[in-house]
Design a protein around this ligand. Structure first.
Ligand code: FES
Ligand SMILES: [Fe+2]
Length: 429
């Protein structure tokens, strides 16, 4: 449970808010690289942390992120033309490079005028199928993060983003909530086939125990926790540890070490939820594994459209929403063919987190030991806000993220779960 003040402080992300200032100190994903598929393609409007931006790919293939509003008189640059290494505003033709340099001002004949200032532009780079952007103060820009999946070949990695009409923290609480896997996602876990994307052994162990014991260890960029489940066995009792990593401020790695997720606030009540899956051994971004993987997670184009998880569908009245019970299959639930009545996995999470309302009030909840990692995550976020408010740097902006892992494994007698991920002693925060 949080006080109303703590909840507001943790969840509000606009400019000048404590959490908004903290989030602006990190590199965050803004859109998919695939949203800008080729040089000089249609630009993309992007909303991040309560502000509007335009992203475009110039003639050289370089991505630029600028304020959406043209610095002349505020027309949307998302309507602009992308040509000759810049984006040109439709209204009076001012043109800007990826770094905000003003290249042309047709209605201002003095050629020196355009050298006097720049359009607000934000550093960006591409990795892991995403465009990453830094929105904070120029003199505080941290090094670019490097997560393990940045090194995976393009045909071995699938990156998708869905939109949700709720605050980002609601989504992130699901990242660190192992007990809901056993209940909400039980149909998906039961459907996993041997050799598929997620191993049967791991998923059958999740199914065995809805009340795992949670143990948590801080890292220099957040924390790892193990959900330890007692697994029925014929011989000595077996303990299974599912270790999840949470990295400040919005990232998580999920077992069995092939899922990276990020909840990027668009504003206080909407979130862009990135899902990245990879496989070092085999290409999954080619058929048939691409379709199989997307269907397993409920991210096929047909499902995310019907469930209102795309920019085209999320406000459409016939897409899943509270007024139509998120299109839940109540007949299937009665007949016993589905537990949740929702498409497996991500749409289940989306319906649940959206059902909490766009901005969840944490003053009236009843937390239990299975929520220990949720509590740790909230504490981490509030701590980051405190640090930045006091003039410091938030947790983990400069830490090495390339070794962060998640894993699921049975523990040998006497084995510590932290050894599964080779977690060295780290600076506690
Ligand atoms: S508003 Fe963009 S050029 Fe005038
Ligand atoms: Fe979930």
């Amino acid at each position: 449970m949080l006080t109303k003040e703590e909840n507001e402080r943790m969840c509000r992300v606009g400019p000048g808010t404590p959490m908004g200032d903290a989030l602006r100190r990190y590199w965050i994903p803004a859109l998919l690289s695939a949203d800008l598929p080729e040089a000089d393609c249609t630009p993309k409007r992007v909303q991040l942390l309560g502000e509007n931006f335009v992203a475009f790919r110039d003639t050289n293939g370089e991505v630029g992120v600028l304020d959406e509003a043209c610095p002349h008189r505020g027309a949307s640059l998302a309507l602009g033309r992308v040509e000759d290494c810049g984006i040109r505003c439709l209204y009076h033709g001012w043109k800007f490079g990826t770094d905000g340099t003003i290249q042309d001002t047709p209605n201002m004949p003095n050629p020196q005028y355009k050298d006097r200032f720049k359009a607000p532009a934000y550093p960006a780079f591409e990795a892991g199928g995403m465009v990453w952007v830094y929105l904070g103060p120029n003199d505080k820009e941290p090094p670019r993060p490097h997560f393990r999946h940045f090194d995976v070949d393009a045909d071995h990695i699938i990156t998708r983003a869905v939109v949700q009409p709720c605050n980002y923290v609601q989504i992130m609480e699901g990242f660190v909530d192992s007990s809901h896997l056993t209940i909400l996602h039980q149909d998906a876990l039961a459907s996993v086939e041997t050799g598929g994307f997620v191993s049967t052994e791991s998923t059958s162990r999740i199914a065995a125990d809805a009340g795992p014991r949670l143990e948590i260890a801080n890292t220099d960029s957040g924390f790892c926790y193990a959900a330890i489940r007692a697994v029925p066995s014929e011989g000595d009792p077996v303990e299974h540890a599912r270790v999840t990593t949470f990295t400040a401020p919005i990232f998580s790695m999920q077992a069995p070490d092939n899922v990276f997720i990020a909840a990027v606030p668009m504003d206080d009540e909407s979130t862009l939820f990135f899902n990245v899956f990879w496989d070092i051994e085999k290409p999954i971004n080619t058929e048939p594994l691409l379709t199989q993987t997307l269907e397993f997670f409920g991210l096929s184009p047909e499902i995310i459209d019907r469930m209102g998880m795309t920019f085209e569908s999320w406000k459409r009245p016939d897409a899943a929403n509270p007024n139509n019970h998120f299109l839940q299959d109540r007949e299937g639930m009665e007949a016993g063919t589905t537990f949740s009545g929702l498409p497996d996995f991500v749409p289940e999470d989306a319906a649940i987190t959206n059902s909490m309302g766009p901005f969840y009030d944490r003053t009236r909840e009843h937390l239990v030991p299975a929520d220990a990692a949720v509590i740790r995550m909230r504490r981490l976020l509030l701590h980051c806000a405190d640090l930045v408010e006091k003039g410091g740097e938030p947790i983990g902006v400069r830490s090495d993220k390339s070794q962060l892992r998640a894993v699921a494994a049975d523990l040998d007698p006497g084995q510590r779960w932290v050894d599964l991920i080779e977690l060295q002693d780290q600076d506690a925060w």
